[in-house]
Design a binder for this molecule. Structure first.
Ligand code: NDP
Length: 484
């Protein structure tokens, strides 16, 4: 296996930084359990140094014309694409996701974000308002030092989806990856420096929740963008509120996918596969509650079981492999626990359900049928390759049950009736919806959750609003009319 030990654990002020006094973070390859790198969590001194670097860089970076900031981001996008294979291999070793996926989904998506936000950096602007003789204008200003905190499932993409709009707007960032996947964000930092980002504009510090908490509460920080679970989101949101900081919360989900009996079954099964088994199910927006109209239940299950025979398990670095392990042993234990609960609650295990008898943290693609709304597998986010199939009779019932959750990240509907497709999408209580497809998240469109699944949006023009603030300037053109 290639050597993935980085030069040092952190990246601050345009260079690698080490402080071996920090707790060890062992990086393991999920396919074998083999240790591939050791890093150190940031000590308070490292956290301080990173925030100081971001603080020192922010005024000059904000003062650059947007077109110059954008050029740096677009150069970084080109470098990511040139090095896609190398970066994809690191992503695979960091997460265990198959190279077949990472070659198209990770550095590529990060490059898209940097290119797109690089392109619009020059267009960020305020407006002019005529007020009789007087007038006013608005300036869209950066917020300052932003903190990004990432989950482990898409470490390159998450770092770039936060950095690209933040930097385009003229902010600087300190990013803390998940301790499970600390390698990829360092590569993004290296590439941004190579592309011309001044020292301190994008910094990476490693660590667990305590390092994240130290970042969130530092007075130098103006904004926190978290990708993580709902419980962590609550803590981080509350801590950010103490300092009246801006937040974006990209949190978990238990998203519904509705399959009506007029749907193209192969397309719907394809959607269910993408929305339950891609990345071994470790995707926040997954449609893990698959509501199938009762008349096509058997056909749907037969087709799904048939297509799952196409799963190729093995070493994720082998490009023929399309299904990898879970990220960690802890995640494996958690997912197997949910599967046991599903069996105990009386759901029908159609396929899978077991740990795979090989090294690494593999769980078989698992499909439960006859799932009811009250079962824990239909209520809790599993974050593993486990699909729950529920049946419904009519549209109103399906919508009501789809929305009967505190989550609201995503939702999907498969139907040949386009009026129904739009009607159902309008009724979904979710931030991102799909009609006749699932889990497509190009940078052009906003992504984020409703209800407990989050606040704010990543990607699309909306992200610019979440990484900037408006200043209003009133211009008096005559005398001042005071009462005394
Ligand atoms: P966690 O919520 O456990 O952790 C998210 C990040 O927050 C990690 O970097 C973690 O550090 C850090 N953290 C933990 N506690 C604190 C704290 N008190 N203050 C600041 N930072 C803290 O999520 P996972 O990493 O387990 O990721 C899985 C979750 O992420 C799922 O719920 C999934 O749905 C969600 N997710 C949401 C996405 C979205 O866009 N909506 C996309 C991807 C995932 P560490 O883990 O290193 O201790």
């Amino acid at each position: 296996m290639r050597n993935v030990q980085p030069e040092a654990s952190h990246y601050i002020g345009g260079a690698y930084v080490e402080d071996a006094a920090g707790d060890a973070i062992d990086v393991t390859y999920a396919a074998t359990g083999e240790q591939v790198a050791t890093l150190h969590a940031a000590t308070p001194a490292v956290v301080d140094r990173a925030l100081a670097a971001a603080e020192a860089a922010r005024r000059d970076w904000a003062a650059l014309p947007g077109v110059e900031r954008g050029r740096v981001l677009r150069r970084a996008a080109d470098l990511l694409r040139e090095r896609n294979r190398e970066l994809s291999e690191i992503e695979t070793i960091d997460t265990g996701k198959p190279l077949q996926e990472t070659l198209v989904a990770d550095a590529a998506s990060a490059a898209d974000a940097l290119e797109w936000f690089g392109g619009i950096a020059a267009t960020v602007r305020g407006e002019h308002l005529q007020l009789g003789a007087d007038w006013a204008y608005t300036i869209r200003e950066p917020l300052g030092v932003c903190v990004g905190i990432g989950a482990w499932n898409y470490p390159t993409q998450i770092a770039a989806w936060k950095a690209a709009p933040a930097l385009a707007c003229g902010n600087t960032m300190v990013f803390k990856p998940s301790e499970e996947t600390p390698l990829c964000a360092l590569k993004l930092a290296e590439i941004l420096t190579e592309a011309g980002a001044p020292p301190g504009v994008f910094n990476v510090v490693q660590g667990r929740g305590d390092v994240g908490a130290a970042l969130v509460t530092d007075p130098r920080v103006a904004k926190v963008s978290l990708t993580g679970s709902v419980p962590t989101g609550r803590k981080v949101y509350a801590a950010a509120a103490e300092g009246m900081r801006h937040v974006t919360m990209e949190l978990g989900g238990k998203s519904p996918m509705l399959v009506f009996d007029d749907a193209d079954i192969d397309a719907a099964v394809g959607g269910a596969i993408l929305g339950n088994f891609y990345s071994s199910g470790q995707i926040c927006s997954n449609g893990t509650r698959v509501f199938v109209q009762s008349g096509i239940r058997d056909a749907f299950l037969d087709r799904l079981s048939e297509r799952l025979k196409g799963v190729v398990m093995g070493d994720p670095l082998d490009e023929a492999v399309n299904f990898g392990p879970l990220v960690s042993e802890a995640q494996l234990t958690k997912v197997l626990g949910h599967i046991r609960d599903g069996v105990a609650e009386g759901a029908t295990l159609v396929t899978g359900g077991n740990r795979v008898d090989r090294d690494g943290w593999y769980v078989e693609p698992t499909v439960f049928a006859d799932v009811t709304d009250d079962m824990s597998i239909a209520r809790q986010e599993i974050f593993g390759p486990v699909a729950s199939i529920l049946t419904f009779e009519d549209e109103a019932e399906a919508i009501a049950r789809a929305n009967a959750t505190s989550f609201g990240l995503a939702a999907g509907v498969f139907t040949a009736d386009l009026a129904r497709g739009h009607r159902v999408a309008a009724a979904f209580e979710a931030g991102t919806c799909w009609i006749n497809t699932y889990n497509l998240t190009p940078v052009e469109i906003g992504f984020g959750g409703a209800k407990q699944s989050g606040i704010g949006r990543e990607n699309g023009l909306g992200a610019i609003e979440h990484f900037s603030q408006l200043k209003t300037v009133y211009v008096g053109m005559g005398g001042v009319d005071a009462p005394y």
